[in-house]
Design a protein around this ligand. Structure first.
Ligand code: FEO
Length: 397
């Protein structure tokens, strides 16, 4: 996509990656993404704030040429991950007098990841200013959104804060200012990348709120002229609050576990709990991670296969463990056949996969084969127990 002006002498020069469908070889990108690099032209110096994924370097170079950029004095690196830093070596080759401006931690990471030589860096500390002539940049550390070195750059005169991944959204769009549909792409992005670090996110929100900001310009997706939109969404997602919602994430081989979770789903809905229902063989992991921001209860449904829990359930438990959700209650339901002894170790097995989940465990339900009349009674009881747990923390009357 071509460059465009944000305010006088500040331009978007990044790249839209319309057909990217996976990030980190893990995260689905149903709507693509963008790498938002920004050019700030002062009366004396020119700064490029972040770059692009190296696969899209041609777009960045094209935009710089269209703007007739003859020199770049500073490449500001807010974050060392390669979707923003990966093109720095190529910019340094093209603009040989450029220096990379970043904090000490990010410098060290860029040296390791991209082999940028030490003499190419200018190291900055919290609150340091960089005068471009009529444009002044100030640097603030905003650690753990989502790496330890992450930094925000604030442009004083235009009241723009460049926050890199923080406040980003995975979306490819030709109108990056049209934020009316921002909520779900930003929520998906937050859930997949930021959610394990919600305490840091909250601290960094407070830091950003202290600045006099008119525009929030992240390095993925939408640019926010109404900063309250994205800040209030981040405040909601990063809080410890949960809703009267339940996630059922299941896999079933021959229909027995399916029957258990189907019945459980209906019983929960009867009790006015909102249910997010995911068949792990077909589901989009991003969709599950979004529901983890809201649901009070997580239920894993999986049969025993061979001599252990079904691998799809183990995979998703491992992912949930990395995401450290704020889930308050947790349980498992399972159908076993000949594996009675193994099923009795199920709880220990699954629990070992999710030690980071600080949820209260509700007694799991293990059913031999296809559920029978008395099993349906047990499922009803489990639904009632979940309902009462929600009631106990004020989520339902
Ligand atoms: Fe968009 Fe952490 O990189």
């Amino acid at each position: 996509m071509a460059y465009f002006k944000i305010v006088e002498d500040v331009y978007f020069v990044g790249a839209i990656h319309w057909d990217r469908r996976l990030f980190d070889e893990l995260i689905p990108l149903p709507d693509g993404t963008s790498y938002n690099a920004y050019l700030v032209i002062g009366k004396e110096k020119v700064a490029l704030i972040d770059t692009v994924d190296p696969t899209t370097i041609n777009e960045l170079m094209y935009n710089l040429k269209q703007l007739n950029v003859k020199k770049i004095d500073y490449i500001i690196s807010n974050h060392a991950e390669q979707d923003h830093s990966g093109a720095i070596p190529l910019i340094l080759q093209e603009y040989t007098n450029s220096k990379v401006v970043t904090n000490k931690k990010c410098k060290s990471m860029l040296k390791d990841l991209l082999l940028i030589p030490d003499e190419k860096f200018i190291e900055v500390n919290e609150g340091d200013k960089l005068d471009l002539g009529s444009k002044t940049l100030v640097f603030y550390n905003i650690p753990w959104v989502h790496w330890p070195e992450t930094m925000a750059t604030y442009l004083i005169e235009d009241k723009i804060v460049f926050t890199c991944d923080m406040f980003g959204s995975h979306i490819a769009t030709s109108d990056i200012f049209d934020t009316k549909d921002f909520y779900l792409p930003a929520k998906r992005y937050y859930a997949e990348i930021m959610s394990p670090f919600r305490v840091n996110v909250r601290n960094n929100i407070e830091k950003i709120k202290k600045l006099d900001v008119e525009i929030i310009a992240p390095s993925h997706g939408y640019i926010f002229k109404n900063k309250d939109l994205i800040i209030s969404a981040y405040e909601e997602w990063s809080s410890e609050n949960v809703k009267n919602e339940v996630i059922i994430a299941y896999v079933s081989m021959h229909g027995s576990t399916l029957k258990i979770v189907e019945h459980l789903k209906e019983e929960l809905i009867k009790r006015n709990l909102k249910v997010h229902y995911f068949n792990l063989t077909v589901t989009d992991l991003g969709a599950i991670t979004m529901t983890l921001l809201d649901a009070a209860t997580l239920i894993i449904g999986a049969p025993i296969v061979l001599t252990g829990i079904h691998p799809l359930a183990a995979y998703v438990c491992y992912l949930f463990n990395l995401l450290r959700p704020k889930t308050k209650f947790l349980t498992f339901v399972s159908s076993y056949g000949w594996q009675l002894n193994i099923s009795q170790h199920l709880l220990q097995h699954i629990s070992s996969l999710i030690p980071n989940l600080k949820a209260e465990l509700i007694q799991p339900l293990l059913i031999n084969g296809f559920p029978k009349n008395d099993d349906f009674e047990k499922i009803n009881k489990l639904a009632e127990e979940i309902y009462l747990k929600h009631k106990s923390i004020g989520l339902t009357s």
